[in-house]
Design a protein around this ligand. Sequence first.
Ligand SMILES: Cc1cc2nc3c(=O)[nH]c(=O)nc-3n(C[C@H](O)[C@H](O)[C@H](O)COP(=O)(O)OP(=O)(O)OC[C@H]3O[C@@H](n4cnc5c(N)ncnc54)[C@H](O)[C@@H]3O)c2cc1C
Length: 272
Amino acid sequence: MLHEFKYVAPRSRSELLDLKAQYGGRARLLAGGTDLLVNIRAGIFKPEFVLDVKKMEGFGGVTLDKDSNLVFGTATTINDVLKDRRVREEYPLLAACGHDLASYQIRNRATVIGNVVNASPCSDMAPALLCLNANAVIASSSGERVVSFKDFFTGVKRTVLEDNEILERIEVPSSSSGTKGEYRKLKRINGHDLGIVGVAVAIKGDTMHIGVSSAAPTPILVGPMAADIDIEKAVEAVAEAISPISDVRCTKEYREYMAGVYVRRLIKEVRG
Ligand SMILES: Cc1cc2nc3c(=O)[nH]c(=O)nc-3n(C[C@H](O)[C@H](O)[C@H](O)COP(=O)(O)OP(=O)(O)OC[C@H]3O[C@@H](n4cnc5c(N)ncnc54)[C@H](O)[C@@H]3O)c2cc1C
């Protein structure tokens, strides 16, 4: 039987933060629900309250803040990101990662914020956010704090978020605009599937970053390194940083091998 919970749809940020302050870990936020409802159905999460963040006005779409940083709010879906011209032209790595996340139907509901709060090692948006130096703006009824995505993930499905906090927005700095990048995700099938390993390569000016998913307890960032680094040195740096496991999808040796293959291919592609 499905675990019973009370559904609440706050109409404002302050109402949401007050509810989170009051209920703490007994309340979970509902964005697209594509992870939350699966976890509730499986009995992994048993929240007493589910707080729907999609009914609040002004927290969706892709916006720019006063410093021209790209901003994703609590209701910004993956398809909102993919539709955005600035993303496609100035932050192509975000679009490459978004395209590889699930199917069109799931991307219509799934949010960027839900993806990173779920903190799966296979998160497809995390490699782009790590490579582009994005920040998580975390809010509670007592204020805000900003955490770089480099420090956001703390373990498998764990983040720095406290029970009374929400991830209010993601800021991708304007200084990362113009970064060239590509993402490649190895899957068992041609259709949509969680990754066996995912590699993102980002180059801006003389600096390169590499993001990797499905190859460690958390998505990881390797770099910065020189954009003209010897490719085998970059492969070595990634091999040292990852710690893949064997599971139902493949062996750790295959993950290690394919991470190297993708690093080589993508560096050549992104250098052009
Ligand atoms: C069929 C299927 C295929 C999938 N394929 C992929 C894939 O290829 N790649 C991939 O990366 N993922 C995949 N996923 C996982 C999922 O779709 C994504 O992780 C998605 O981005 C989650 O976003 P959401 O809005 O649905 O999150 P939700 O399910 O609404 O929330 C996820 C978690 O974040 C919490 N949360 C949500 N918003 C906030 C907030 N503002 N502050 C604090 N906590 C919050 C929720 O309480 C919950 O714990 C798949 C899922 C399904 C069902």
